[in-house]
Design a binder for this molecule. Sequence first.
Ligand SMILES: [Zn+2]
Ligand SMILES: [Zn+2]
Length: 299
Amino acid sequence: MLDYHLHLWPHDERATPLNLDQLKAYCEKAQAAGVQELAVTEHLFRFRQAEALLGGFWSDDRVPAALAASMADYWDFHATADLDAYVRCAQEAKDAGLPVVIGLEVDFYRGRMDEVAGLLAGYPFDVLLGSVHWLDAWRFDDIDVPLQMDEWSARKVDDCWNQYTVALEELAASGACDVLAHPDLIKVAGYVPDAPDEWWDRMAEAAASSGMAAELSSAGWRKPVGEQYPALPLLERFAARGVPFTTASDAHRYEQVADRAADLRSLLDAVGVGELQGYEGRVPHRVAVGSPPPPSEEG
Ligand SMILES: [Zn+2]
Ligand SMILES: [Zn+2]
C-alpha cells in the first residue's frame, strides 16, 4: 500500500518550518498500517512561488466580488512558504532513508497549466498530483465556509458536475501531473446528480486517455459525502479501463496518516486490483498492494 497524498500543515494553520521529525512520525504511523511508501504532497498554493506566478487568477469580471475577495484572503493566508525549502526537506528525508518520495498537490488553473508545468520543471519532483478544488474562484470543497457552501444552493448540481468534469478533462490533457487526486471531489459536500453516469464515464476517459493514475482516497469518509474517492461505480470504470491506482489518506495532520488503509485495501480487492503505481522522478513503476500488517500485540 501507498500513502501518496500527505500534507504538512492543516488549512487553518499558517505554514511552519519543516522538520524531519514530522516526516519520521508520518512514516512510522504509515508503516504500522502496512503502508510501504509515502509521498509528501503539500498544496502548490501554500508557496510564495505560486503566488508570484498565479496570484490574482481569480480576478475576472464574471467572478462574483465576494468569491474573488474570499479567494484573495485565502491566498494571503496560505501562500507563505518557500517551495525550495519544502523540496529540500523532502529530499533530506529521502536521503536519510525514509520511505518517502517528493510530491506536490497541484491545483488546476484553466488555460495556465503550461506555466505551472514550467515552474515545477525546475524541481526534482517524484510525483505530481493534479486536483480540481475550485471552479474559477468558487471553493466548492471548503465545507467550513458558509459563503462557499451557499453557492451550492445558487447553482444547479448537474452544472457544477459538468464544470468540474470539463476542468478535470483539461487538467488531464495538459500532461502537467501524474495522478488525478480525489477524482470525484465535486461530490464532497454531498451534492450528487440523480444520474452521474455521464460524468463518471468522462472522468474515466480523462484518466485513461491521458495515462494518468487515479487516486483511491479515504479522505471522503471524513467529509459530508461520507464515502471514499472515487465512488464505487467510478472506481470500477477506472479498473475496467486499466487505469493504474495510488492509495492515499490526504492527511492534513499526523492522526490522519494512512487513515482507513484497510478499507482501501478491501475496495481494491473488490475490483480485482492487486498492484498500485508508484513514482520516482515522475516515472511510474508497479508496486504490490502487499499483505495487511499483522495484528498489533495490544490487540
Ligand atoms: Zn486536494
Ligand atoms: Zn490534499
